[in-house]
Design a protein around this ligand. Structure first.
Ligand SMILES: C[S@@+](CC[C@H](N)C(=O)[O-])C[C@H]1O[C@@H](n2cnc3c(N)ncnc32)[C@H](O)[C@@H]1O
Length: 186
């Protein structure tokens, strides 16, 4: 069994929809004093993610979970456990936009798992989804914005792309949006 280099104070972060896990591994490596739980529902994508995790045994601050995030978070995570949540390039569900995370009642349950002052990060290549995140974050969920920027292949930060889908969208010449919100402390 691995030694646990973490304490009760170690911030716990969560990624929903990790895909093949590029970003999760990088984030865990770059943030050795934090702990990341990364959830991916699809079996094939998770298998590739899991292989990567197994190949990087030096990364001990990452748990990869093959589950539906809604069920797993609802049943396995207590209130105010999380410091950060990452939802990077979620499925846009164009035929049923009510199924977008930001619109689902489940999003309220997710926010309950976030500590006061905790942060939620989004990325999307769809401008109307970005706008919906802005509107719902403000008017429904009462979150405080702290990050709102867009980038292309030409203007991206030097260490981007971070994810498999981000790479695909940038190479197609698309614009990507990055949004960040904070849960108020009161
Ligand atoms: C468009 S992909 C983005 C993957 C990755 N974040 C990236 O940027 O490369 C969306 C991912 O979310 C996963 N996903 C969708 N709904 C999920 C759920 N309820 N629980 C866990 N993962 C989910 C999908 O299986 C898919 O891998």
């Amino acid at each position: 069994m691995r030694p646990a280099p973490f304490s009760f104070e170690t911030p716990i972060d969560l990624e929903i929809g990790s895909g093949v896990g590029w970003w999760a591994l990088r984030y865990a490596r770059q943030n050795p004093n934090r702990y990341l739980i990364a959830i991916e529902k699809t079996r094939e994508k998770f298998a590739r993610f899991d292989q990567r995790v197994l190949a990087h045994t030096q990364i001990q601050n990452l748990t990869a979970v093959n589950a539906d995030a809604i069920a797993w978070i609802t049943h396995c995570l207590g209130t105010q456990k999380l410091s950060r949540v990452f939802i990077l390039y979620p499925n846009p569900n164009p035929k049923n936009t009510a199924q977008r995370w930001i619109r689902m009642p489940f999003f309220g349950a997710l926010l309950e798992r976030l500590k006061p002052g905790g942060e939620i990060f989004w990325a999307t290549n769809i401008s109307d989804y970005a706008e919906e995140i802005r509107q719902y974050s403000k008017s429904v969920w009462k979150l405080e914005p702290f990050l709102d920027r867009s980038f292309t292949q030409q203007t991206r930060p030097s260490d981007y792309p971070r994810t498999h889908f981000e790479k695909k969208y940038l190479l197609r010449g698309e614009t990507c949006w990055e949004l960040g919100y904070r849960k108020p402390c009161f």
